[in-house]
Design a protein around this ligand. Sequence first.
Ligand code: NAP
Length: 248
Amino acid sequence: MSGLLEGRKALVTGASRGIGRAVAAQLAQEGADLALLATKADLLEAVAEELRGLGRKVITLPVDLANGPAVAEAVEKAKAELGGLDIVVNNAGITADQLLLRQKEEDWVRVLDVNLTGAFRVTKAACRHVMKSKHGRVITITSVVGLTGNAGQAAYAASKAGLVGFTKSLAQELASRGVTVNAIAPGFIDTDMTAALTPEQQAAITQKIPMGRMASPLDIAHAAVFLASDRAAYITGEVLRVDGGLAM
Ligand code: NAP
C-alpha cells in the first residue's frame, strides 16, 4: 500500500528527539525520504538507522541552526543527496525561561537566534528547491504561547509569535508557486522540553487543558503529515492549534 507522501523528499530540523523525531517517523511511514538535522550526531544517527528500516533513504546532517553558513551547506547537501526537496519542517526549538526582569540578554538572543532566525536560515536556503516541487510545503512548529503569551516565557513566546508572522508572510510570497506554508501550534507535549517542569507544574498545566491531558509527539506528527499531504493542498497561511483546546 502506498503512503500519502510516497517519493517526497523532506527535511526536518530537531529530528533527534521529541516532536521532530515523531514527525520524521510519520513522514517516513508515509513514504518520504528524509534529511534529519539537529546538533547531536549520535542521536540523529540512531533515529536515521531506525527509519532506514522502513525502507526509506535517510541522511543525517548535524548542524547548529545558529550557524548560518553551516545551515546553508546542510540544506544544499540534503537537496543533492535526496535529489530535491518537497517538504521542510522547521521544528527545532529551545527555551530559556525566566521572568523578564531576570532574563539575560544573551539568553534572549540565543532563543531568538535558534528558534526564529534558525527557521529563516533553513527556509531561505531550502525555498528555491521547494519552489521547484509540485507539492512544495513549509511547515513550522510554533506554540500556543506564541498566540497567548506566557509569564516567564517572553523570549520563547516572542520567537514563536515571530514564526507566525513569518509563516503568514511566506505563505503570501509562495502561494502563486503552489507552495503552501503553514504552522502548527502545539499546546503541552510530553517531551524532554516539558520534562523539565516539576510534577506540580505539570499538574497545574494539565488542569487548564479542556481535554485533560498533555499531547504525545504523535498528535503533532499526524497534523504535520496532513499539512504535508495533497489533502491539505488548498490550506496555506494557517496556524493549526493542536492543544487539546487549551488556547481556544
Ligand atoms: P526537545 O525534545 O527539546 O527537542 C528539541 C530538538 O531541537 C532536538 O532534536 C534538538 O536536537 C534540536 N535543537 C535544539 N537546538 C538546536 C540547534 N541550535 N540547532 C539544531 N537543532 C537544535 O523539544 P520538543 O518538545 O520536541 O519541541 C520541538 C518543537 O516544538 C520546538 O520548536 C518547541 O518549541 C515546540 N513546542 C514544544 C512544546 C512542548 O510542550 N514540548 C509545545 C509547543 C511547541 P539536539 O539536542 O541534538 O540539538
